[in-house]
Design a protein around this ligand. Structure first.
Ligand code: ZN
Length: 344
């Protein structure tokens, strides 16, 4: 929970350390970046150092103030999040903390409010918050955290100092997963798939990776096979399951990415080195030899189109997957018939 515990975010930490050293911490920060890269932890670490009884380059982590912030019981530090069962942060919650923000710190040095995810404030809640951002109380800090910062009101964005958080290194994800008790082999493969986000990694951990991988490889094979029967059966099974379909398509992008990398490198050792190929063993058999990088790129485009069709145009998962398979087969000899159907 201290700065020292935060990994791969040196640029962000440097901004905080400089602000603290020169006593120029702004009234509001906006933490932007993917989910699961340490934004919330950084907010807590900053709240700790600002209130620590013995601060130096970092908070001490053991004083009463630090321990209260770690335990979520510090009277001057609040974390506002999505209430259970709600899809948005309502205006009442913002009003509530506003009156709290106006009172001087109770026992700490700085009043700190963290809102995560800030992009899920209702419009009224965001407008109410604007007032506090416009007239900040001296010695108070608001940290807004968002994975989709572009959807915040421009008036809110412009009143915060933006801090970008990058993705985590693969080796960091492996370390963190091992700490969470995952076996080495699985940790390595999940780290290769999760694009530097622990949030994504935890989704991969909880789910049955092998089962999804089966769907992914069947879909990829059907791009070349004479009959896309398996692919159509998968599409039919996914009919009403948007989340599962999107998860499979995301995994498919990762796998295609890996295959591209393998195809653009000399065969032999690279295949040996691929944690994904090693982990999925037989499931991946034959896939590493198939298709040129150009064809892989076509497949990737087809998957992206399917994801967009589902997320932006609300297309039914079955239709999206069927369309994707047709597009992937479009330029193979066996795929002409499907290409025609797709174009109709
Ligand atoms: Zn301390």
């Amino acid at each position: 929970m201290r700065f020292a515990d935060i990994r791969d975010q040196d640029a962000a930490l440097e901004i905080f350390k400089r602000a603290i050293a020169s006593d120029k911490v702004p009234h509001a920060y906006l933490f932007e970046g993917q989910a699961g890269v340490g934004k919330n932890t950084a907010a807590r670490a900053l709240a700790m150092i600002l209130n620590c009884e013995e601060p130096g380059d970092d908070s001490c982590g053991v004083c009463t103030s630090c321990r209260k912030i770690i335990g979520n019981v510090h009277p001057d530090v609040r974390f506002l999040g999505l209430p259970e069962g709600k899809r948005r942060i309502p205006i009442e919650m913002v009003r509530n903390v506003q009156s709290w923000m106006e009172i001087r710190p109770h026992e700490g040095k700085a009043k700190v409010l963290v809102i995560d995810p800030a992009d899920l404030l209702t419009e009224q809640a965001a407008n109410a918050l604007l007032k506090t951002l416009e007239e900040p109380r001296a010695g108070s800090l608001i940290m807004l955290i968002s994975d989709h910062a572009s959807s915040l009101l421009p008036t809110i964005r412009s009143r915060c100092q933006s801090v970008r958080f990058g993705t985590l290194n693969e080796s960091t994800v492996v370390d963190l997963l091992l700490k969470n008790g995952l076996e080495q082999e699985k940790a390595v493969v999940i780290a290769a798939l999760c694009e530097g986000s622990m949030e994504r990694a935890s989704r991969y951990t909880a789910e049955d990776l092998a089962q999804r991988m089966q769907a992914v490889t069947a879909l990829l094979r059907s791009a070349d096979d004479n009959t896309p029967r398996d692919a159509m059966a998968i599409a039919a099974a996914l009919k009403g399951d948007r989340d599962e379909t999107l998860a499979i398509l995301e995994l498919m992008l990762q796998v295609l990415d890996e295959l591209m990398w393998l195809r653009s490198n000399p065969p032999g050792e690279t295949v040996e080195e691929s944690a994904i190929v090693k982990f999925f063993g037989e499931l991946m058999d034959g896939l590493t030899e198939r298709g040129s990088p150009g064809r892989m790129a076509q497949h990737i485009a087809a998957v992206h189109r399917a994801i967009t069709a589902m997320t932006r145009n609300n297309m039914n998962p079955q239709l999206a997957v069927e369309g994707m398979v047709m597009a992937m087969r479009g330029r193979t000899s066996g795929g002409e018939a499907w290409g025609r159907i797709g174009a109709r």
